[in-house]
Each structure stands twice: as C-alpha cells, then as structure tokens.
Design a protein around this ligand. Structure first.
Ligand code: FAD
Length: 436
C-alpha cells in the first residue's frame, strides 16, 4: 500500500507553543493487545492512560499526530457543562432502555466533575499545559437571557456544582467589558493549552505502559477469532476490545455509519499578538475563561504569554482567513474597546461534532467496541471523562455501571443535507442573537 506522510498540524498557536510531543512512530508489523484505541485526541489518550493504569495491554493508533483533530485546535476552555442542554434536559433525554433518569443523573455528575478531572490529571502527571483553574463564566448577552442563566444556576446548584449567579457589575469586573448583562460562574472550570494537554496525556499513557503510534491510520476493522483486527498501512493489531475515538474526524467507512452519527461543523480560532501588561490587566483580570449565551458564541481567554484567543463561525467557509480576521477583529474591538492596537498572529480551524439533539452519545457498536460522538462544542472536559469511562468498561466494568448511558449507534436522519442545515442554523443563531 502506498504510504503517505502523516498530515501536518494546522498553524495553531498551540502547535507552536506546546512542549514537544513524546517520541512516537508508526505501528510496524503484527501485534496483540487487550484493547486497541483508534484516535489520539483527548478521548483516545484518556482511554489509553486509564487502560494502561488499569493493567490492560493497550495499543493506540493515531492517523496523523497527537492532537491532530479537535483536541489540538480548540480554544482550551475547560467547561463542566454542555453547550445547549441543561441538567434536566440531559436527564429527560436518557431513554428508559438506556438507563433512564438514574443514568441521566450519573451523566450529569460526570459532566459536573469533568473539569476537575482534567486539572487533576494535569497535576498528577505533571503535564505542561498552562493550566489555570480560576473559573469559567457565561455572561448573558441580553437581559432576556438572564432567565436561562438563572435556570442553569438552579439546576447545576441542585446537582452540587459550586456555581453562582453574577450580576451585571460583577460580570463587568470579571470580563473587563460592559458588553454583557449578568451571568453565571463555575469556579471548577478554567483554561489550558490543549495541545500541551494532549501531548502530556500521550506521555503519561506511554509512561503507564501504553503503546502510542502516530502516522498510523486505521484503514480497516474486522472481527476475527480472538478479537478485533485493526489494520494500518504498516502494521496490524489484534485486540479483544476496541475504543474508536475518531469523533468529528471519523473517516467514512471506518465503522459502518459512525460518521453519520454527527455533523462536522467548522469552528475558527485565532490568537492576538501578546497584549501589553496594562491592557491585559483590564481584560479577564482574574484569569477566567469566558463563553457567552449567544448562538453565534463570543468566547475569550488568555494564554500564558498574554495573547487573547478567540474566534467564531462563518456561514460559508470561502476566503475564510481574511473574512474571519475582519469579523472577529471587529468583534474584539466592540467587546473590549480598550484593546488598542493588535494583530492576529495565528488563525486556524477545526471540526466540532454536532448532533441533531445537541446531546453526546456513547455507543456500543458491537460487543467490546465503544465510541462516542457529539461534543457540540464542549469536549475538552467531556472527552477526557468519557475516555476514562470507556476505559473502565474495556477493563471489564459492566456497561450498566459506567457513568454514561450506552446505546446502539444512532445515525442522523437526512445526514447528506447536514451541511445545508449547519449553514441555516448559523444564520438563524445570528438572527436570534439580535432579537431575543
Ligand atoms: C476549533 C474548536 C474549538 C473548540 N473549543 C472548545 C473549548 O474551548 N472547550 C471545549 O470544551 N471544547 C472545545 N471544542 C471541542 C473539543 O475540542 C472536542 O470535543 C475534543 O477535542 C474531542 O476530542 P476527541 O479526542 O474525541 O476527538 P479529536 O481530538 O478530534 O481526535 C480524533 C482523532 O482521531 C484521529 N483519526 C481519525 N481517523 C483516524 C483513523 N482512521 N485512524 C486513526 N486515527 C484517526 C484524528 O487524526 C484525530 O487526532 C472545540 C473544538 C474545535 C474544533
């Protein structure tokens, strides 16, 4: 089979500022494992780390490089909630045959604790990921959105999350902007250098005994006597169990229909030149990460060198670089008029896995084969937590005892028309943001 070099990383800030990855190379020849993991993002790496720590022989294959997918490209906001569903919605959404309300409450608890899991792993494994756990908050862009904010505080508070309501004055103080109306905060959230976290997880997984292979796209998965055979261009692994962690980057044909369980949506990210100390002190002065209530989300955070990292969506992706710089530059000046002169040094994009019901779904694709899709834009903490849950199941814990409902594969109806739906939704969000 003709060999292609692993794809280069996109020109993100994180690819240039994270410490180098551990030394890895392609899978060569045939081998056996207890569990094979496909995909080297937070899901696959967290699964591999927890599997190896649990004593399983683990082989992870990544098509390109560690953090090549969404995990190395995101905004690095560590957020212990879902973007569109609140706890009551999450609980109500779990069908009785998948565990019903009890399972829904377990999933809510998993999400509640997911940011702390990320920061605990970073501390425990000494990962250099610019981790700052000084809280995440969500300001409301219109007075009418305060109802939503109050609901979130009530529902997460009832589930034991240490959340609090913020009035307009407090939001202005924490953000450094008069743009918003009020909001809510979860102090267990925060920000990381996501590529640093991915590379550090890979190092920790290897140290725990996992074998991590990059430049090794799984090209076929087949059931054989003794387990599941995963084929890559230069090597094969036969494993009793399988975790498929390819998420929004799932290629067609890897597993029948898996890529149709999600709609990949482009999200654009950009990083400013380092801002001066004087200006830096006036924006997000306490170190928070912020994402607001708009459908066309406004989100901001600093990195360790004082660059503001933000971004957004485009309805149509043509000429994206120039258009996104102009659009987000104007937004940044509107929200933080004090920002002064700045330029964007990095602009990149990645795919978010959206689902039609806005919920994440964990699948048993076949006996011993697990996958999840549907971060809907909140996957840094969730992928890490679900990777651990899939590791627990692959180590032998009954599926009924892991902290997430497990379902058969669910394909999105009318998937072929999804790109049109995405563009329509984005236009709708912008219209609604201006009205509600
Ligand atoms: C631009 C952007 C901004 C975001 N911002 C945030 C944020 O601030 N906060 C937040 O909580 N979430 C955010 N997210 C979501 C979050 O990044 C993702 O949910 C999370 O990283 C998903 O991790 P994952 O490991 O499941 O998937 P990925 O990181 O996408 O990993 C999948 C991996 O599978 C590999 N792969 C694909 N096919 C194969 C194959 N055949 N064989 C082997 N490997 C294969 C890919 O190369 C890739 O590395 C953002 C996402 C994007 C794209």
């Amino acid at each position: 089979m003709a060999e292609t070099a692993p794809a280069d990383l996109p020109p993100s800030l994180w690819a240039s500022s994270a410490p180098p990855p551990p030394a890895t190379g392609p899978l060569l020849g045939d081998c056996r494992a207890d569990v094979a993991v496909i995909g080297g993002g937070f899901t696959g790496l967290s699964a591999a780390l927890h599997l190896a720590e649990g004593g399983a022989e683990t082989v992870l294959v990544e098509a390109a490089q560690i953090g090549f997918g969404a995990s190395g490209r995101n905004n690095g906001q560590v957020i212990p909630n879902l973007s569109r569903l609140d706890p009551d919605d999450i609980v109500a959404g779990v069908r009785p045959e998948h565990g019903g309300r009890d399972k829904g409450e377990q999933l809510v608890a998993l999400i509640r604790d997911s940011a702390s899991l990320v920061f605990d792993l970073i501390r425990r494994h000494g990962i250099a990921a610019e981790a700052v756990q000084k809280g995440w908050f969500q300001p409301a862009h219109r007075p009418s959105r305060m109802k939503l904010v109050e609901k979130r505080v009530r529902q997460w508070g009832q589930r034991g999350a240490p959340v609090r309501l913020l009035d307009q004055e407090e939001v202005a103080r924490l953000s450094g902007s008069a743009f918003w109306q009020g909001g809510w905060e979860n102090p267990t959230g925060g920000r990381i250098n996501p590529m640093g976290f991915a590379r550090g997880l890979a190092g920790a997984a290897i140290a725990a005994g996992a074998r991590v292979h990059t430049g090794s796209p799984a090209t076929a998965i087949a059931r054989e006597e003794g387990g599941w055979r995963v084929t890559t261009p230069r090597g094969r692994v036969l494993a009793q169990r399988l975790v498929i962690a390819t998420h929004a980057y799932t290629p067609p044909g890897l597993w029948p229909g898996l890529e149709r369980s999600l709609v990949p949506v482009r999200s654009y990210q950009m990083a400013t030149t380092p801002l001066s100390d004087n200006i830096r002190k006036t924006i997000l002065p306490e170190g928070h990460a912020l994402s607001d209530t708009q459908g066309d989300l406004h989100f901001f955070r600093f990195d360790a060198s004082g660059r503001l990292i933000t971004g957004g969506g485009l309805i149509l992706p043509f000429g994206w670089d120039g258009r996104i710089r102009a659009r987000i530059g104007a937004r940044l000046r509107r929200v933080f008029p004090q920002v002064g002169e700045f330029g964007f040094t990095h602009a990149w994009w990645g795919y978010i896995a959206a689902t039609d019901d806005k919920a994440p779904h964990l699948y048993e694709l076949a006996p011993g084969v697990l996958a999840w899709t549907g971060c809907n834009g909140r996957g840094v903490a969730l992928a890490t937590a679900l990777g651990r849950e899939m590791a627990r199941a692959s180590l032998g814990r009954p599926l009924s005892e892991i902290a997430a409902p497990v379902e058969p594969l669910r394909r999105i109806a009318g998937h072929a028309f999804a790109p049109l739906g995405v563009a329509w939704n984005q236009a709708l969000f912008r219209w609604k943001d201006r009205r509600d």
